[in-house]
Design a protein around this ligand. Structure first.
Ligand code: CTP
Length: 400
């Protein structure tokens, strides 16, 4: 999968940098082009000359090429790459990446890169365990960068513990898998609905629910990481997403979500409907704040339109449709019914009986039911991992 790919490697000041030349050789042998940027500190650990010979390209550290004296455009470097790998990624560089500090060529290139960025931390045990480092790594992952987990083992300090850079052979394998995966949904358009809807009662009050939107946002990110263009129809949430292939469409009410979904769906190859859409909405919205003194005791509600059901009616044979079912009892039976009634290809079942599943948690436990009657059960995982499982099922569905 490396053949013809353009890999940009950023090397920072860490003893693990000595392992990079052999890794570069391996990547080159697999047919990829390699360009290398080093931070000034990295040059104390490994020589630019070695890396330049192995990569067959000048090694860059400054905004001008020291050999030719030409200006090096970080924007062009970022656009050139199919993938950027930062390895070893020191605590210092990770902190700068997480906070948008751009005081060397590696960092300016990182900030302008449009491709996926993978980073392999390497540092001493205590630095790795420090809450600030953990927070910075979390920030990068949230932004969509891919962490290559550090391993436990002997460290340069003589201590033994977590913080050792992943072995280069494994890093190359991860890069290759990533490039392979990145193309699985290339050229496909996927719509994802996420979050709650708010149904206005008057200008200050609404009927809503506890959905955070996290499940839908992670599905959107995961599909985009596999190369899809994603239209994320989102109800009100505190979440935001920055990915060049995710196009967010913000809505508030079930009615707005209905119209947005119906407009976007005809152009899509698939939809995953993770939103917690209100089933009922006030029949009338008061145009002024309802005063206590008015003595109002009842709000008359009417049914909202079932967006997923409508999409099920409209979908073509080529389009795939995945829905969710949040149940508290007779879970499988109810989910199966929804799958049939709404003409879905797959339904993702959450049971509120399972601890850690459903709303307001960072974890979820799902089962996926197919039209053919198969039931796949998954263990309790982070919503990010659950999203990857759902998107893997979508990929399989689209191949079938
Ligand atoms: N859904 C939708 N539009 C609605 C209601 C639900 O698109 N107005 C979608 C949800 O996004 C989800 C699926 O339908 O993918 C099932 O939602 P759920 O609330 O579990 O089921 P309902 O059909 O609303 O049935 P009930 O509330 O009676 O369980």
């Amino acid at each position: 999968m490396m053949e013809g790919k353009k890999i940009l490697i950023g090397i920072t000041g860490s003893i693990a940098a000595y392992k990079i030349p052999l890794m570069v050789r391996r990547i080159k042998k697999m047919g990829a082009q390699v360009k290398i940027i080093m931070t000034p500190d990295a040059r104390d650990f490994v020589t630019p000359l070695t890396l330049s010979v192995l990569s067959e390209n000048p090694v860059l550290t400054k905004a001008f090429n020291e050999e030719t004296g030409e200006w090096v455009s970080h924007v062009e470097l970022g656009l050139w790459a199919d993938l950027m790998l930062i390895a070893p990624a020191s605590a210092n560089t990770i902190a700068r990446m997480a906070n948008g500090i751009a005081d060397n060529l590696l960092l300016t290139t990182y900030l302008s890169a449009k491709c996926s960025v993978l980073f392999a931390p390497a540092m001493d045990l205590d630095m790795f365990r420090h809450p600030v480092t953990k927070e910075n790594i979390g920030k990068l992952e949230k932004k969509g960068d891919i962490l290559i987990e550090a391993r436990e083992g002997e460290l340069a300090s003589g201590l033994c513990g977590e913080g050792r850079m992943e072995e280069p052979e494994k890093i190359v394998e991860i890069l290759s898998d990533h490039l392979k995966k990145k193309e699985l949904l290339k050229g496909k358009k996927v719509m994802v609905s996420a979050g709650p809807t708010y149904e206005a009662i008057d200008p200050v009050r609404f009927i809503g629910n506890h959905s955070s939107g996290l499940m839908g946002y992670e599905i959107a990110r995961s599909a985009a990481q596999l190369g899809a263009e994603v239209y994320l129809i989102s109800g009100p949430t505190h979440l935001s997403i920055q990915h060049p292939k995710v196009y967010p469409v913000k809505v508030t009410s079930a009615e707005e979500m209905y119209h947005a979904c119906l407009e976007v769906f005809p152009d899509c190859d698939a939809a995953v409907m993770a939103a917690a859409v209100a089933d009922y909405t006030p029949e009338q919205i008061a145009d002024k704040k309802i005063k206590k003194a008015s003595g109002m005791q009842q709000i008359k509600l009417r049914k909202t339109r079932d967006i997923l059901k409508e999409l099920g009616k409209r979908k073509t044979n080529a389009q795939k449709l995945i829905g969710f079912a949040l149940e508290t009892d007779k879970e499988l039976e109810n989910a199966r019914q929804k799958l049939e009634n709404k003409n879905l290809d797959l339904i993702v079942l959450n049971s509120l009986k399972d601890k850690g599943a459903g709303f307001g948690t960072d974890t979820n436990k799902i089962s996926i039911l197919s039209k053919k009657g198969n039931v796949k059960e998954f263990s309790l995982k982070s919503k990010k991992q659950v999203a990857a499982d759902i998107v893997d099922e979508l990929v399989a569905l689209m191949k079938s």
